[in-house]
Design a protein around this ligand. Structure first.
Ligand code: SF4
Length: 170
């Protein structure tokens, strides 16, 4: 490992790890190929790290923006408190505290940033929810560069993000 390289945290499924609820990955080849020469990529999957199996039932965000719950699709298990508590603990671990940026998977009830469907009584009430892990990370480290991977496919956005990563101090 090159100790001079900065570390970027990244959703594990974007790295090609088969950790999604359906047992698949969402490897982002374009992005990973750009990043991996210059940065150390720290793989983070909040759902697997909290102990959920692969595959697993789909999770939904349910409620309103000020009272979002993470509910499993089939069993109805409420993961909200566990995921929030896990996230608060995870972001204090030393590997996370060494990151200079965080790249997350869109639309995920854990990782998404303002791209997650929110339901209420099975009705879609918003497509702009934020996943519970992402929310904790953003609130806890307001100056940490945090972005969804899909945004980085725009060259200007990528350049700006990398600049912010290189200038970030915790
Ligand atoms: S989006 Fe996040 S929680 Fe879902 S599989 Fe990818 S890393 Fe895990």
């Amino acid at each position: 490992m090159d100790s001079k390289k900065l570390i970027i945290g990244i959703s594990s499924c974007l790295l090609g790890e088969k950790v999604r609820y359906d047992g698949q990955s969402k490897r982002d080849d374009i992005l990973i190929n750009k990043l991996h020469h210059d940065f150390i990529l720290l793989s983070i999957c909040p759902e697997v790290e909290i102990g959920m199996p692969v595959p697993r039932e789909r999770l939904n965000l349910i409620g309103s923006s000020d009272n979002l719950k993470m509910i499993a699709d089939e069993t109805g298990k409420d993961w909200s408190d566990e995921m929030r508590e896990f996230s608060k603990m995870r972001i204090l671990q030393s590997d996370f505290k060494n990151i200079s940026g965080l790249i997350l998977k869109s639309k995920s009830p854990s990782c998404g940033i303002k791209t997650v469907k929110v339901l209420n009584n099975s009705e879609l009430i918003s497509q702009n929810g934020t996943g519970l892990f992402a929310e904790v990370a953003m609130k806890s480290y307001p100056t940490l560069p945090i972005i969804e991977a899909q945004e980085l496919h725009n060259d200007d956005v990528y350049t700006d993000f990398i600049c912010r990563v290189e200038n970030f101090t915790m």
